[in-house]
Design a protein around this ligand. Sequence first.
Ligand code: AVJ
Length: 319
Amino acid sequence: MASAATHLGLREATLEGLQRTPKELPTVWLYDERGSQLYEEITRLPEYYPPRREREILRARSPEVAARTQARTLVELGAGNASRTRLLLDALAPTLERFVPLDVSEQFLRSTAEAVAAEYPRLAVDPFVGDFERDLHSLPAGSPRLIALLGSTIGNFYPAQRRRFLSAVAGALEDDDAFLVGLDLVKDVERLAAAYNDGRGVTEAFVRNALTAVNAELHATFDQRRFVYTAHWDPEHEWMDIGFRARHAHGVSVRALDLELAFAENEQLRVEVSSKFRRERFELEARDAGLGVDGWWTDEAGDFALALMTRNERRSTCP
Ligand code: AVJ
């Protein structure tokens, strides 16, 4: 999930990110045990519409997804607590044999796997601890497989990363496999801003937890009081830019990385981007990566979309 964490370890990615302009922390720092719990809380906030919209689409369309894919294996990337996955599991019941939730948070993943196994006793549940940017090629076999990435998690990628990711998915898909992705769509700036600046400050606590995690794990000295939480819409890139700005000029050390950082007054520290999508552009991107979009469904309000993809004919027939 985190930016450069693909090819480098998290330490190296952190070192690299903090030396960029703007400075940034890899997004995976958000998802330790506490972060995963806070994210759960975010999904229940009235301002944070994506989970409800996506559930609405899944409720209406899962039977169609099941009919089209006939999946024997469901792989869920970034599974979290798999709350919306149950709609897919129910619809896929006639053909499904195996569920593979993949997540970076091990403890969280284990409790998810146990809960699903208890609810679906006929299903083989094989949790996979990993980073889906890195581990796509080692996913278990069992075609037809449905690989799902819900919650607009794909929005955390930068465009170049997203292209690489989609190409990697295309490369990992067998002929009968399908890829289902949830996409938050471009909309009214006020609603977008509200979704990341909730009244109770849960999102702020979630993003601040990344600083706490880096302090604990890399012996860093980020001082929460010296950073103001910020989440704003970037109209050029069409993403929410989420992180902090320094209240005043000050230094931070990251001892485990042997790094001394100087923050200027108002300097930005980015923790994540949350890209919002448009249908045409996404379909072109997918096609370039070797994926054909065979299904595109939105909720009634047009806030969120689910896209179902298979490997491109063009690609698969190329020598
Ligand atoms: C999990 C990446 C989909 O971008 O909306 C929610 C993460 N960050 N509130 C998103 C998040 C702040 C979320 N994703």
